[in-house]
Design a protein around this ligand. Structure first.
Ligand code: GDP
Length: 297
């Protein structure tokens, strides 16, 4: 399925209605703005975000005429493009590394969002940047998750620190970090337990792990298919434990785009990386301008 396909065609119908107009007015953009509004809502962008977006685009559009040979309808495309980029956070938001000692990246996320896969993808990605990594298996509730991480670690050629399931996640993380220091490893990626839904145990555990290993990055892995719910989750995790950003997975699926468009605006936290498939190489930085380009087709 073509991601954003519906959003793209919804937006297109807005400009198409303005073909041949000399100047954009409050009156002639009213219906195209309703198209934009509808397209964003159908893409599962939350209502307050859509309202603000449409208002900002309208304000910039009214009064726009032919400028240096560029037609008003084409300028509206540019206005929407720039507003989409702003909405998604503007610049690419790079991973931050510790100034000295290992950088600790704490990964959190609900079950099934692709968190374990992200561990391997991230290790593979960092290896390509020339950084040595250690994966730490701190999901003590699912032995299968530990096994999966070990297999993935082998696949990407990155060691995995495990201590079984009879010890507290914060202790595993602490020992993993000590191991990384001893071996002068650059980045420690801590995989924590995912649950079907947010609960107090999960949050308390994350807080404890965070306190013990003092991570440079705390990244919430969210599934793009969940739309505006992903943005709500990022907000909740940020309020509860304090996070530095999000990793959006399954962007290759038929997600409607709401998550990519809402996370930054709703939570104040950037999407740092996106997953576009099941293979370990399918992880890349989130580029708001490229994403806007794809949305506009
Ligand atoms: P976890 O429960 O969060 O650890 O999730 P897993 O890493 O086990 O992934 C759950 C499922 O989603 C697996 O079948 C993965 O192959 C799949 N998956 C993970 N990331 C992606 C992605 O970016 N795209 C697609 N299409 N599938 C993914």
């Amino acid at each position: 399925a073509e991601m954003f396909g519906q959003l793209t065609s919804g937006l297109e119908s807005a400009w198409n209605k303005l073909r041949g107009v000399d100047v954009l007015t409050k009156e002639n953009i009213a219906e195209p703005m309703r198209d934009i509004r509808r397209a964003l809502l159908e893409a599962d962008v939350s209502l307050p975000v859509v309202r603000r977006f449409v208002q900002s685009v309208s304000e910039q559009a009214v009064g726009v005429g032919l400028i240096r040979g560029v037609r008003p309808d084409q300028q509206l495309v540019k206005i929407v493009h720039d507003e989409l980029v702003t909405l998604m956070g503007g610049e690419v938001s790079d991973l931050v590394f510790a100034k000295s000692g290992p950088t600790v990246i704490l990964l959190a996320g609900l079950q099934g969002v692709g968190k374990t896969t992200v561990c391997a993808k991230l290790a593979f990605y960092l290896k390509k940047l020339g950084k040595s990594c250690l994966l730490v298996a701190a999901d003590v509730y699912r032995p299968a998750a530990i096994d999966q991480l070990v297999i993935l670690g082998e696949q990407v050629g990155v060691p995995v620190y495990t201590e079984g399931t009879d010890i507290k996640p914060s202790q595993i993380a602490k020992h993993g970090l000590e191991e990384a220091k001893k071996k002068t490893i650059d980045v420690v990626i801590v995989d924590t337990a995912g649950r079907l839904q947010i609960d107090k145990t999960m949050m308390d555990e994350l807080k404890e792990v965070k306190q013990v290993v003092n991570p440079t990055e705390v990244l919430l892995v969210v599934d793009a298919m969940t739309g505006q719910e992903a943005a709500a989750l990022v907000t909740t995790f940020n309020i509860e434990i304090g996070i530095t950003g999000a990793i959006l997975t399954k962007l290759d699926g038929d997600s409607r785009g709401g998550a990519a468009l809402s996370v930054k605006e709703v939570s104040g936290k950037p999407i740092k990386l996106v997953g576009r498939g099941e293979r370990v190489e399918d992880l890349e930085p989130f580029y708001p301008d490229r994403m806007a380009g794809r949305i506009l087709g």
